[in-house]
Design a protein around this ligand. Structure first.
Ligand code: FE
Length: 344
C-alpha cells in the first residue's frame, strides 16, 4: 500500500464499503458509513470484562450434587461446547475476511472493536470453564466431537474458505458475490441464528435462578452480538446499495436456501442440547423459535419470511430483539465508567 504525495482530500462519493480503491483507507474523514462509527461509540460505552462478574454462586451450584439435574448439566456443557470455539471462528472472520477487504475506514474502526469483543467473549467462556473446574479438553474440543456443533461450524467454515484464501481479491462480479455471501453466512447465520438457541438456554437457567453468573456473562455477550448483527446487516445492505448488480434473483434464492439449511442445523443442535427438554423448553419449541428469528433476519435484508410462525419464547424477544441497550445494563455500565475514571 502506498500514498501519493500531494494528492487532494478524498472525495466522499468515492468511499465504498468494498472496492473503494484509492479512496484512502488511512483517512477516517470524510465519513460515509456513519452507522459503523455510531456502533463503534456505542460499543465502547458498553465495555465489560468477564472477571467483573462473580462466579461464586455458580461454583457452589455446579459442585452441589442436587442443585442441577443431569439434563441441565448436559445442556449447559453442550452450549458451552458450542460457545467456546464460536467466537474464535467469529474473530478470525472479522480479521481475515472482513477487515482485509473492507475499504471504509469507519467500518474498519468498528471491526477492530468487534474483533476485541470476540476475544472478550472467548475469555468469558474460558472464565466459566475455569471457574467451574470443567475439563477444558472436553469442552473446547466439542466442536470436533459433537456432530451437531461440528455441522454448524463446518457450514460456516466451508462457505468462508474462498474468502480466507490469501490471494482472494474483491473487484469481480464473482468474487464480490462470494464476499457478500461470506457476510451473510457470518452475520446473518453465525451471529444471527447459530448463537440463539444457546442464548435461550442460558436465559432458561437465569429464569430458574441457576448459574446466574454465567448467564449474566452471556447477557453481555448477547448485547455485543446484537450490535455485531446490526452492523453486519448494515454492511450487507450498504453493499447491496453500492453494487445492486450483485443482488440477483438467483443470489437471493441462494441466501434463502442457506438460511433454511442453517435453521435445520440449529434445531438439530437444540435436540442434542436437551433431548428431554429443560425448564419447559424443548426441541419443538426451539424449532419454532429458530424459524421465527430466521424470518426476522431475512426481512432485515429485504427477503421474504419463509416460516411465518409466532415467537414461542416472547421473553427472549424482550432480552434479544428489542433495542434495549439503553436500560438493560445501565447500572453496570455506569459503574464501569465511574471505575474507569477513578482508576485513570
Ligand atoms: Fe460477534
Amino acid at each position: 500500500m502506498s500514498i501519493t504525495k500531494g494528492a487532494p482530500f478524498v472525495d466522499i462519493n468515492k468511499r465504498r464499503l468494498i472496492n473503494g480503491g484509492d479512496a484512502d483507507v488511512m483517512q477516517l474523514y470524510p465519513m460515509r458509513h456513519t452507522f459503523a462509527w455510531e456502533a463503534y461509540l456505542a460499543s465502547n460505552a458498553n465495555h465489560w470484562l468477564p472477571t467483573e462478574i462473580s462466579m461464586q454462586r455458580d461454583i457452589e451450584q455446579w459442585k452441589s450434587p442436587t442443585a442441577l439435574t443431569s439434563d441441565e448439566r448436559k445442556a449447559f456443557e453442550t452450549v458451552l461446547g458450542f460457545f467456546t470455539t464460536a467466537d474464535s471462528i467469529a474473530a478470525n472472520n472479522v480479521v481475515l475476511a472482513f477487515y482485509r477487504h473492507v475499504t471504509s475506514p469507519e467500518v474498519r474502526m468498528y471491526l477492530l472493536r468487534q474483533g476485541y469483543e470476540e476475544a472478550i467473549h472467548t475469555h468469558a467462556y474460558q472464565y466459566i470453564v475455569e471457574s467451574l473446574g470443567m475439563d477444558e479438553s472436553r469442552i473446547f474440543n466439542m466442536y470436533r466431537e459433537v456432530e451437531s456443533i461440528y455441522n454448524k461450524d463446518s457450514m460456516v467454515l466451508s462457505l468462508n474458505e474462498g474468502v480466507f484464501d490469501p490471494s482472494f481479491k474483491t473487484g469481480t462480479f464473482e468474487n464480490d458475490q462470494k464476499f457478500l455471501e461470506n457476510m451473510i453466512v457470518f452475520s446473518l447465520i453465525m451471529e444471527g441464528i447459530f448463537f440463539y438457541s444457546s442464548f435461550a438456554v442460558m436465559f432458561g437457567f437465569q429464569r430458574q435462578n441457576k448459574l446466574t453468573g454465567s448467564a449474566e456473562q452471556i447477557q453481555y455477550i448477547m448485547r455485543d452480538e446484537s450490535m455485531h448483527l446490526n452492523v453486519g446487516i448494515n454492511m450487507i445492505n450498504t453493499i447491496k446499495k453500492e453494487q445492486p448488480e450483485l443482488w440477483t434473483p438467483e443470489f437471493q434464492r441462494h441466501v434463502i436456501d442457506l438460511v433454511k439449511r442453517a435453521v435445520v442445523l440449529e434445531y438439530t443442535f437444540a435436540q442434542t442440547v436437551f433431548p428431554n427438554g429443560i425448564f419447559g423448553m424443548n426441541a419443538a419449541g426451539f424449532k419454532q423459535y429458530i424459524e421465527h428469528i430466521a424470518d426476522r433476519r431475512l426481512e432485515r435484508v429485504d427477503l421474504p419470511a419463509q416460516y411465518n410462525v409466532a415467537n414461542p419464547f416472547p421473553w427472549m424477544s424482550e432480552a434479544v430483539d428489542l433495542n434495549k441497550e439503553k436500560n438493560f445494563f445501565e447500572t453496570r455500565v455506569t459503574e464501569y465508567k465511574t471505575g474507569g475514571t477513578l482508576q485513570w
